[in-house]
Design a protein around this ligand. Sequence first.
Ligand SMILES: [Fe+2]
Length: 313
Amino acid sequence: MIIANEKDVTKAVLSELQRAPNPRFREIMAAFIRHLHDFAREAKLTEEEFQAAIGYIVGLGKHTNENHNEAVLMSGTLGFSALICLLNNGDRGQTETDANQLGPFWRLNSPLTANGGSIVRSPTPGPALFVDAIFRDAGGQPIAGTEVDVWQSSPEGFYENQDPVQADMNLRGKFITDANGRISFRSVKPAGYPIPIDGPVGELLRALRRHNMRPAHLHFLAYKEGFKTLISQLYVPDDPYIETDVQFGVTRHLLGKFVRHDETRPQTADVKPPWYSLEHSFVMERGTARLPKPPISGRARGERPQIPHLEAV
Ligand SMILES: [Fe+2]
């Protein structure tokens, strides 16, 4: 159509969408175009601001490589990943859910580890942590034979694939739930960590006067035929950034029940107090078991990276 005014532009684009044979794609594109055009109208976006926005999107691509995904980081930083997660889990946002974001650091083929075993594979400082987790269906029945990947950052705030100092697969493991739906393992208490700020995400955080920290957490990915793959994180409640996670991942339901112990642990003479225990019961929804694509594939080499901390103002 020939365009007479600004309103006609939206009409023209929407009418062209009718050519798309896939109805779901048409529906998504129509909502996207309407909101995108109305966003420009509401914000009264200037030509300079539009140019800046395009530069920003180009920057997301330029800052993405096999070790880092800036688009995923931006989505989290805008709360979009948290929103998508909560809209699609817990009976479509109606009930509490154990689901949470995958984050960028999950890897395929974590080493199979016996229940009760340790995921500390190279010298790693920090207090010992003993985790007990149980996986159940919505009716409360334990799910035996679930494959559970766990992964976490070191107490220095690095995942092993970011950190040349750690052994391959340090602080990662794959466990199989027993007849009671249970896994257990030994680790170290995780620490929070800064997200990278050398790209558009850093620019955004500085402009908003926000910090770049994620509060300390443990990641879980539970896979069992007949169930939707459960991707979860448990957070350390007394972390200083628990209220202001830069990725908006912390939900009340996923505040981990970390218990500090100041006595010796009889079963493990080598553990010096204080040590911590953590128990959690996960619920898996019925659905299709699917593994995500690992967001990054590379491994850091050379020096340990230096990721600066931004302080919130
Ligand atoms: Fe993480």
